[in-house]
Design a protein around this ligand. Structure first.
Ligand SMILES: Cc1ncc(COP(=O)(O)O)c(C=O)c1O
Length: 392
């Protein structure tokens, strides 16, 4: 049965028997609100596109060269959508398709910086970003997201690449035009390449998404990558799409060996085209659902000592547990033990965030409400002297 937003919630049995990361590794009795997957069925047109390809055994190599091939259609679809929805002009001739946004990010680091050079990004940070910078032998320059003016308060040394996660994971912030201008200015001063990770660009609420590629003169130094993975809940299909703001950037990227910078399969390509051409009504329902859930999370934590600013975008609530720190040495372990809820640990998102947690609220409202009630009840029953978590 679908929700009044037109989404089909997956039931307990379906969730428990899934093979993907979020539920497959979760012990019975626990509810995972950590990994960025949503607990809803994938949109019908996507399932149909996949079923058709499987029924036809059309599971060979995608044709990246033919103008009639899936990759070409995907590049055109991406270009239209980015222009119409986000006002980002895209040249389909400078579009590249790969398996993952993080893969493109690694390739960009390799091609546009040298070992030992500095790469700027925000903290807290989606963990693989800083891991990639460090593993590839570059130095992360970490700028706090909030209050978040762009100029890093640290060294004046040049940064080679700026990685901008807009909208931002884990805080859900959308950087304002003023903040984007400051980042663009810094990039211009340093002659840095901007890698814009816009994987969450559809999941906005009141404030529209704004790509840094539309700010000032930054388009020519910007590489934007996104995918349908988060908005349409298909991260396992491995398909990401990006645009290079100049032919120089694009030419340099093409020097990277094909097998490092490719890897999208025919199913991911088919599904992404279906998502971007036929699933806008589903997306509208998903956003409405998330907005309702965001309100629920906000009202649950408002009267408590948990610090929480409702996100501008994404389905993440970034929770500041500093004020409840003295009631539990490890609040997340307590949540898990008492309320049977798994949240993502703040430590993963960088130094200084050990008393934070990320909560994924992409689940049916009734289930979310139950989880928040349990959290509240547990804390009232067991820790009522010292905590103040409660639902309105
Ligand atoms: C900001 C951000 N970038 C990238 C990814 C991962 O995307 P991919 O699997 O395409 O690398 C995620 C996943 O949650 C994300 O939140």
């Amino acid at each position: 049965m679908s929700t009044d937003m037109g989404l089909v919630p997956l039931d307990a049995h379906q969730l428990r028997t899934r093979k993907s990361l979020k539920w497959s590794r979760t012990r019975s009795g626990l509810v995972p609100l950590d990994i960025a997957e949503a607990d809803f069925a994938v949109a019908e047109p996507i399932r149909e596109a996949l079923a058709n390809a499987v029924a036809a055994s059309d599971l060979g190599y995608p044709d990246f060269d033919s103008p009639r091939g899936g990759p070409h259609l995907l590049a055109e679809t991406f270009a239209d959508r980015m222009d119409v929805k986000f006002g980002v002009p895209i040249d389909p001739g400078r579009v590249e398709i790969c398996a993952q946004v993080m893969q493109a990010l690694c390739c960009v680091i390799l091609e546009f910086s040298k070992p030992g050079e500095r790469i700027l990004t925000h903290t807290p940070s989606y963990p693989p970003i800083v891991a990639a910078i460090e593993r590839l032998g570059r130095k992360p320059v970490l700028v706090p997201v909030e209050p978040a003016p762009a100029s890093p308060p640290l060294s004046s040394e040049r940064v080679a690449v700026i990685i901008l996660c807009q909208p931002h994971n884990p805080t859900g912030r959308i950087f304002t035009t003023g903040q984007l201008e400051a980042i663009a200015e810094r990039a211009a001063v340093d002659d840095a390449v901007i890698f814009a990770d816009e994987i969450h660009h559809d999941l906005t609420y009141e404030m529209p998404h704004r790509s840094i590629a539309t700010v000032g003169n930054s388009a020519g130094r910007t590489i934007v990558f996104t995918s349908a993975a988060k908005s349409f809940n298909i991260p396992g299909l491995r398909c990401a799409v990006g645009h290079f703001g100049s032919s120089t950037l694009h030419r340099r990227y093409l020097q990277i060996p094909w097998h490092l910078r490719s890897g999208a399969g025919i199913l991911g390509i088919e599904a992404t085209v279906a998502a971007w051409t036929e699933c806008e009504p589903w997306l509208t329902g998903f956003r409405r659902q998330l907005r309702q859930n965001r309100a629920l999370v906000t009202s649950a934590f408002r009267p408590t000592t948990v610090g929480h600013v409702p996100p501008d975008a994404t389905y993440f609530a970034w929770l500041d547990l500093n004020e409840i720190a003295d009631v539990a040495v490890d609040p997340l372990a307590t949540f898990e033990a008492e309320a049977k809820v798994i949240l993502q640990r703040g430590t993963l998102f960088g130094e200084g965030h050990s008393r934070f947690a990320r909560l994924n609220f992409a689940l049916p409202t009734t289930r979310l409400s139950d989880v928040l009630s349990t959290l509240s009840r547990c804390f009232f029953d067991d820790l009522q002297q010292t905590t103040t978590i409660q639902l309105k």
